[in-house]
Design a protein around this ligand. Structure first.
Ligand SMILES: Cc1cc2nc3c(=O)[nH]c(=O)nc-3n(C[C@H](O)[C@H](O)[C@H](O)COP(=O)(O)OP(=O)(O)OC[C@H]3O[C@@H](n4cnc5c(N)ncnc54)[C@H](O)[C@@H]3O)c2cc1C
Length: 388
């Protein structure tokens, strides 16, 4: 088994397969710790996945910060509503985590490294798929040679090349959004939540990711404010009061073209997981959590195949069904969030109404966590969201 990409999705898949006794090569072109443009908020289902893997304390020890919910505000901060994270239906704490991707991803990779049946291959780029004479995928080629494997798992991120080489990419015509993220030296001891500022066509995200480190990211599709890596520091200082006199200590890092669609998430030889398996937009901040949940399903089904209990086609069909179940409502939620974010008048009304009655917004956060579904939204909730 080869897993390409050692971000949260790939590392989780590799770890769970190795813990079941399967031989796994986890390959990444980067050397860890490596950084990545991200809002760095792990939503509660991701924290629950960390606990299931026994890695929560280890991640907390890297300086990660427990988060109790999300505060939404309109530009200017005059209207603000705090929505606590809901408790998981099966019990357990209602908490997210603010993490530095450098330490978070490295902690997961270190856990894989400790498994007897795994090999972590860093600074090794995968350059293509290895095929037999009948064109079936039998592994990958890399900058240092070949890795033969019964299954190739593509966890190589948003712009997955494995996905394209396997013919699983569908071109997207969605409007291009992009994001920039940087870290600011700020005392974050009084911050326990992610703050989302809706600014009409673009959104700012603030998350404490260490005792004196604040992540500030912007997601936008417009050139107003003229946002480039160069202007990020200046525009962020002007827009976020809490960092006006703070030092920018790292970044910004950027990413773009979020909307990615796939023909299938598995074809029996190649399985896609995390961002590589299709993505909408980071606006709901659940990419890490959903990547880990998908990885759990994937490790379960491919593990069954590797143990000889099911056929590879069955593993593919079962994984595709789980994948669809996990992403369906979250994708609808992302569309709704983008729709609200695009209209300053609508989002202002929704926030003003939520300050008096946050139930509808709480349900949306519950849907984002996978604890509720769109069926839980009543007609009254829809009216609240419309600001009526
Ligand atoms: C601006 C922004 C803000 C975001 N905010 C949040 C947030 O607050 N919370 C959240 O949960 N998510 C957020 N996300 C999304 C989140 O970053 C992703 O969903 C998450 O990183 C996906 O993890 P992954 O493991 O699938 O892929 P990645 O983390 O992207 O990992 C992919 C890995 O594959 C490796 N790789 C790629 N190609 C190759 C190759 N050819 N050979 C070998 N290795 C290769 C890369 O080096 C990388 O390490 C945000 C994203 C952006 C851009």
């Amino acid at each position: 088994m080869v897993v390409v990409g050692a971000g949260p999705s790939g590392a989780t898949t590799a770890l769970l397969l190795a813990r079941r006794g399967h031989h796994v090569a986890l390959v990444d072109r980067a050397r860890f710790p490596r950084d990545k443009a991200c809002g760095e908020g792990v939503m509660p289902p991701g924290v629950a996945a960390l606990r299931r893997m026994g890695l929560y304390e280890r991640v907390l020890a890297t300086g990660a910060r427990p988060l109790d919910g999300v505060t939404y505000q309109q530009r200017g901060g005059d209207q603000q509503v705090h929505v606590p994270f809901p408790a998981p239906p099966g019990g357990g704490p209602a908490a997210g985590l603010g993490v530095r991707r450098t330490s978070f991803d490295a902690a997961l990779v270190d856990a894989v490294r400790q498994e007897r049946t795994s090999t972590v291959r860093e600074a090794e780029r995968v350059t293509g798929l290895l095929r037999d004479p009948s064109d079936a995928v039998i592994g990958v080629t890399t900058t240092t040679g070949e890795i033969r494997a019964r299954i190739v798992i593509a966890a190589d991120g948003l712009h997955s090349q494995i996905r394209s080489w396997a013919g699983l990419t569908v071109p997207s015509r969605a409007r291009v959004r992009y994001g920039l993220a940087g870290h600011w030296r700020v005392d974050t001891r009084d911050r326990d939540a992610v703050t989302v500022t809706l600014a009409g066509g673009h959104e700012w995200y603030e998350a404490p990711v260490g005792p004196d480190l604040l992540l500030v990211s912007i997601l936008t599709s417009r050139s107003r404010p003229a946002m480039t890596a160069r202007s990020y520091g200046h525009v962020a200082r002007r827009s976020i009061p809490g960092i006006r006199n703070a030092d920018l200590v790292s970044g910004p890092l950027g990413a773009a073209h979020f909307h990615q669609r796939v023909r299938a998430v598995a074809d029996g030889r190649v399985f896609l997981v995390g961002d590589a398996s299709g993505y909408d937009d980071p606006t709901t901040g659940d990419g890490i959590a959903i990547g880990m949940l998908l990885a759990e399903c994937l490790a379960g089904h491919t593990g069954e195949f590797l143990s000889g209990r099911i056929a590879r086609e069955t593993a593919a069909t079962r994984y595709a069904a789980d994948h669809a179940d996990l992403v369906r409502d979250r994708r609808r939620l992302t569309r709704l969030a983008l729709f609200l974010a695009r209209s300053p008048a609508l989002s202002r009304r929704a926030i003003v109404r939520a300050t008096g009655d946050p139930r509808a917004l709480s349900k949306l956060v519950g849907i984002n966590c996978g604890y509720q579904t769109f069926r839980d939204l009543s007609a009254r909730d829809w009216l609240l969201l419309a600001g009526v």
